[in-house]
Design a protein around this ligand. Structure first.
Ligand code: NAP
Ligand code: 8YV
Length: 328
């Protein structure tokens, strides 16, 4: 019996491809020419897509009449049209929970780097500045801060738990309150920004949260305000943020994600009061290995049992059917 064909839009770590290769045939799209990619022999055989950073939209899904599953490498799946997949009865999976601690750690590291100007301090030492004069004092610190989490889901909760020992006041904004947590819920983001002086952004990307952090929110945060973004670049209006940073409307920012990754606006690169990381929230070997394992296990379990391990909410109801699952 021929093995199911799995389409890979972009390269994946061997920790994903090695276990998949035991059971499936892998089609590495970036290595194939356009004619091979669009050949009936490939189109008719693809039953799964596994993606790391490659957009999976209606146009791609509609190319494959036997497509059953799209496995996303990452908990955030804004690059996958999950609602469109659900309409076609295609399962979509992501990688929740296995990265919570790593990303929460990164958020705290980025916050401390930003509030205490630690990146700038290290650059100062390396440039020899310390030999002439001590590094400047940071204008604020964690003492007496109020932190507002934009999102209190799996990772947001991990960040909040790490913040408790700092003795800071913690609040959060989300559409629904989480009464099991002792923190103050703000249904209105601007009201929370007015109340706190640090915002940590950890909501999903996509249209619903696009530019949630806008000029009005930054204005409300105020001149001692700091924004930390470990969510998606699209959640912040980057131009409004640059304006706020340049004109002193807020004090600083720590960013792990950007609107047009891997390109970072020159305006941000030139600023000393921002800390910029190259999307490394989950980027440790143990955590990426756990994510890889979960990606592969989702696909293997789907074809073995007809169910996925970690389906996204839009497709959680879908079970495997055999034969062609949708038509154009
Ligand atoms: P999650 O458990 O689904 O939590 C999402 C939180 O955001 C919930 O509190 C949710 O509450 C809130 N939310 C969703 N839509 C919202 C909206 N329109 N307005 C206000 N709040 C909203 O997700 P997670 O596992 O914590 O992951 C969060 C995101 O982090 C991912 O989707 C991904 O984009 C990002 N991430 C980044 C990295 C990195 O490397 N930097 C790593 C992992 C994840 P309500 O539903 O009640 O609104
Ligand atoms: C990954 C992430 O870096 O899980 C997510 O949503 O943003 C990160 O863990 C990314 O998915 C892979 O590039």
């Amino acid at each position: 019996m021929t093995k199911p064909l799995i389409y890979l839009p972009k390269p994946l770590p061997p920790a994903v491809t090695d276990p998949l290769e035991q059971k499936f045939e892998l089609f590495r799209a970036w290595q194939a020419g356009a004619s091979e990619q669009h050949s009936p022999a490939i189109k008719e055989r693809v039953q799964g897509i596994v993606t790391l950073g490659g957009r999976v939209d209606q146009a791609l899904m509609s190319r494959f009449p036997r497509l059953e599953i799209v496995a996303n490498y990452g908990v955030g799946y804004d690059i996958v049209d999950a609602a469109g997949a659900a309409e076609r009865s295609i399962m979509v999976t992501n990688t929740p929970d296995v990265l919570n601690d790593e990303v929460a750690d990164t958020a705290i590291g980025l916050l401390l780097m930003t509030i205490r100007n630690l990146g700038e301090a290290e650059r100062y030492l390396r440039a020899g500045g310390w030999e002439s004069a001590p590094f400047r004092l940071s204008p604020v610190s964690m003492r007496g801060r109020k932190v507002g989490l934009v999102g209190l889901g799996r990772i947001g909760t991990g960040i909040a738990e790490r913040l408790v020992p700092f003795g800071v006041e913690i609040a959060y904004h989300s559409r629904s309150p989480r009464p099991e947590h002792p923190f103050q819920h703000f249904p209105d983001l601007v009201a929370m920004a007015r109340h706190v002086n640090i915002l940590i952004v950890i909501v999903p990307g996509g249209e619903q949260t696009r530019h949630l952090i806008n000029a009005e929110v930054l204005d409300a945060l105020g001149t001692t305000g700091i924004v930390i973004n470990v969510a998606r670049g699209s959640v912040i209006d980057e131009q409004a943020l640059i304006t706020a940073l340049k004109s002193g409307i807020i004090l600083g920012a720590g960013l792990d994600v950007f609107e047009n990754e891997p390109y970072v606006p020159a305006d941000l690169l030139e600023m000393d009061h921002v800390v910029l990381l190259p999307h490394v929230g989950s980027a440790s070997v143990p955590t990426r290995n756990a994510m890889s394992q979960l990606v592969a296990d989702n696909v293997i379990t789907w074809f073995d049992t007809g169910k996925a391990l970690t389906p996204v909410s839009e497709t959680a109801h879908i079970v495997r059917r055999t034969g062609p699952v949708h038509k154009d």
